[in-house]
Design a protein around this ligand. Structure first.
Ligand SMILES: [Zn+2]
Length: 117
């Protein structure tokens, strides 16, 4: 269902009249997102991943990679010497700094040449 931009703009205008706003908190602890224009509101309603990627200033692919890691309890994706999946916690902040293959590894499983970045 496509929602007319004029309708969305009218909703935002009426909210402003009462000092209201629309905020989204998709990942608690990663900051509220404020919606202040009809285009963003429409994007959120029709393609949430595209809206969130735009808001976090990353590609949709990077946003989805970050979300998958986030939803996987932020556990290292490295492999132990015994061939098992490492389960060390990795503190990853917002999607902006997330690099698959690097940001999703603990200190033990980061590629040595990339360590320190
Ligand atoms: Zn690890």
């Amino acid at each position: 269902m496509d929602i007319d931009l004029k309708v969305l703009q009218e909703i935002l205008n009426r909210l402003r009249e009462v000092n209201g706003t629309i905020m989204v908190d998709p990942y608690p602890g990663y900051g509220w997102l404020f919606i202040d224009n009809a285009e963003d509101l429409r994007l959120l309603l029709h393609d949430p991943d595209a809206y969130l990627a735009k808001s976090y200033k990353v590609t949709v692919e990077r946003f989805r990679a970050w979300r998958e890691f986030f939803n996987d309890d932020k556990q290292c994706r490295g492999t132990t010497k015994r061939g098992r999946r490492c389960r060390n916690f990795v503190d990853v902040r917002t999607p902006e700094g997330f690099v698959p293959g690097i940001s999703d590894r603990c200190d033990l499983h980061t590629v040595p040449t990339l360590r320190g970045r």
